[in-house]
Ligand binder design. Sequence first.
Ligand SMILES: [Zn+2]
Length: 291
Amino acid sequence: MKKIFVITAILLIANLLTYAQDGKALKVLISVDMEGITGVVNWEDVDREGKDYDLFRKIMTEETNAAIEGALDAGATEIIVRDAHSTARNILPDLLNPKARLIRDWSGEFKSMVEGIDKSFSAVIFIGYHAKAGTEDAVLEHTMSSKNITDISINGISLPEAGINALIVGYYDVPLVFLAGDSSICAQAKQLFGEIEIVAVKSGIGNAAINLHPAVSHEKIKEGVKKALLNINKYKPYKFKPPYKLVVTLKHEEVLEQRSEYPGVKRTGDWELTYENDDLIEVMKAMRHMF
Ligand SMILES: [Zn+2]
C-alpha cells in the first residue's frame, strides 16, 4: 500500500516536472468543428434550422467534454475550447466541463478556427473535423466553403481545414497532437502530419456513414487525448518553409473575378487564384478573402 503510494507520488512529480519544462504549464486549445461529430451525416444535422440540430450540438458538447476529461487526466493546467463551426455558437456553455473556458463567435481575425492560439499553449486538439473538398466516401467533405471552393493548396500541398489550422498553430510553435472526425480526415491527418493520435468516430459510405455509438466515441476520445498529452514530446509543430505559395481553386466565375481584386492575388488558371508571401499570417489573411 505504502509502496504504491510512493510510486504514484514519484510518477505524479515526474509528470509535473515534464510539464514545467520551458516554464510552460500544460495549456491546451481544443478546436471543435461539427461535421465530424459522431452521428452527423447530413447538412441539416449541423444547421441551426435542422430538426436534429439540438441533438447534435449536445453530442458535440459531450464529445468536447470527453477531450477535456482526457486532457485533465493527463494533467492539463488550462483548457480553452474554440467553437469552430458556422456561427461558432453551437457548443452548449452550461453543459461544458467547468474546467474549460469557451470561445464563441468570430472575431474576424485570421486565426479563425484556432482563435486564441499563441506561444503560451503546449498542444492543440481537433474534434469533429472533416475531410477536404472532393474526398471520396467522406462525411460532409469541404474546404472552408462548400459553395465556392474546390481546393486550397499551400506550397503544392492540397490541404483540408485541419492542415490549414495546423499551419497556423505551427506558426506559434505549438503541435497538433490529436484529431477526431470521420475515417477520411483521420487518413488525411496521418498522411499530412505523420505523428498524430487519431480517433475515427464514423466512416462514410457515399452519402451515408456507419457511426460508433456516441458513448464509445467519448471513451476513445478521452483515452486518445490522454495518451497524446502524456507523450507530448513526440509531436512536432506543422510548418512549411517560406516563401508560401497559396493556390485557391474556385467554382464560380463571378467569385473568381471579385476575389482576384485582393492586393497581390493573381489569376493563374481558369479557376485558379495564386498569392505568394514570405509571411504566413499575410497568406492566411489573403485566404480569408477567397472563401
Ligand atoms: Zn463546420
